[in-house]
Design a protein around this ligand. Structure first.
Ligand code: CA
Length: 137
């Protein structure tokens, strides 16, 4: 299991790393400080979940999400200080999988990541079995 954190705040990165060490140490956690690098890492590293900050130095989290959705259905969990309802709605409309505001509860973050990644992987397996049963020829 691999999770990609796209976040520029070192305190948040440390907090997420600690949460994984405590509650899900088997997970490989990789990081990007910039949106553009994050999009590239979704492509090259194929993580099973992405945790995405909305306020990044280069491009907005919304733009990152839009770019990721062009080629991947990976679960994306938005993590942000913004708690306004319109941001929540906008993130979910942009096909975010879930939304958590900072400060977040570490155990809750891990539980959500586990739930979304498990569900997504199950769907992916189901899809590939279906493709084997009904090969496109
Ligand atoms: Ca930020």
């Amino acid at each position: 299991m691999k999770t990609l954190i796209i976040e520029d705040d070192q305190d948040i990165i440390d907090s997420i790393s600690l949460a994984f060490r405590l509650y899900w140490p088997e997970t490989e956690v990789i990081y990007a400080n910039l949106g553009a690098a994050g999009i590239e890492m979704v492509r090259t590293e194929a993580p099973e979940t992405v945790v995405l900050d909305l306020g990044l130095p280069d491009i907005t989290g919304f733009e990152v999400l839009k770019q990721i959705r062009l080629f991947s259905s990976v679960p994306v969990i938005i993590l942000t200080v913004r708690s306004q309802e319109e941001d929540v709605v906008r993130a979910l409309e942009g096909e975010a999988t879930d939304y958590l505001t900072k400060p977040f509860r570490q155990k809750e973050l891990i539980a959500r990541i586990q739930a979304h990644s498990t569900q997504w992987m199950t769907n992916e397996i189901r899809k590939s079995v279906k493709n084997m049963e009904n090969p496109v020829s």
